[in-house]
Design a protein around this ligand. Structure first.
Ligand code: BMP
Length: 208
């Protein structure tokens, strides 16, 4: 099975279509974020998602607002066709997750240290109280992936920071990640298909 979630954060609208055309059906999941909304507009994002109905789309909203705003934003994102949404973990258990799609909770970042790392145990406790499909854990910090996997045995763990930010997908998988999130190493590659294949091979080998 595929272990790569393709992230696209481009300026140019056409590039979103070009990259997805290039990788075709070998990519099963795509993460878009604010760059996609700003570059393509919400109608453009909607047609991109509609045009690729074989794929699972995650909106990297990194939401951290009060419940009723989170819910409104999530409803709009679901309307564009997104299947999942990313929210920050620090807002904690009192903020109910959006009810309209899968929620992935961010518990530590690829940059940093951030306050998440200063209080990782607490961040994980907060996250456990949120109804979720999975968690976002830095792919360039294997020790944090291992700790997260111990604490979240049945979550889907998705890990950015692979390639351009120094993380290895094989190492991330070895430490407990289910999927690596990869952006520039694929969409800025001169041969995105070959880069994708290499990443899938490394993930299957699961080595550091
Ligand atoms: P790239 O593979 O080009 O470095 O992109 C990483 C992607 O993962 C970006 O979309 C970024 O928003 C996201 N990301 C990250 O890099 N670090 C985090 O801690 C959390 C993220 O969502």
């Amino acid at each position: 099975r595929s272990r790569v979630i393709l992230a696209i954060d481009e300026e140019e609208p056409r590039k979103y279509w070009n990259v997805l055309d290039a990788v075709g059906s070998s990519v099963k999941a795509v993460k878009l974020g604010w760059m996609a909304i700003l570059s393509l507009g919400s109608d453009g994002v909607k047609s991109l998602i509609n045009g690729h109905d074989d794929k699972y789309f995650i909106m990297d909203a990194k939401m951290a607002d009060v419940n009723f705003i989170n819910e409104k934003i999530a409803r709009r994102m679901a309307g564009l066709g997104f299947d999942g949404i990313i929210m920050h973990g620090f807002i904690g258990p009192s903020n109910a997750p959006p009810s309209v799609m899968d929620v992935f909770v961010l518990i530590s970042m690829t940059q940093g240290p951030t306050l998440y790392d200063a209080s990782l145990e607490r961040a994980m406790d907060y996250t456990k109280a949120i109804d979720r499909r999975g968690i976002v854990v830095p792919g360039n910090k294997p020790d944090i992936i291992r700790k997260a996997r111990e604490q979240f045995p049945s979550d889907v763990i998705i890990s950015p920071g692979i390639g351009a930010q120094g993380g290895s997908i094989g190492c991330a998988v070895k430490h407990g990640a289910d999927f690596g999130i990869v952006g520039r190493s694929i969409y800025e590659s001169s041969d995105p298909v070959e880069s994708l294949k290499r990443l899938e091979r490394e993930a299957a080998e699961s080595q550091c």
